[in-house]
Design a protein. Sequence first.
Length: 53
Amino acid sequence: MRRLVLFGSLIVGLLFVSSCKTVNTNKNGIPPGHAKKITGSQSAKPYAPGQNK
């Protein structure tokens, strides 16, 4: 019985860890807001992946 509870807890824990959402980053690996702060820009729009032409 104890093994069954341990195994069930392990499965539930793995499900929680695998469902974590990641932050979208640009090709430099920096989120758009951080790139904006580094460069001193007023807007993060030029650094967002969907906004580049």
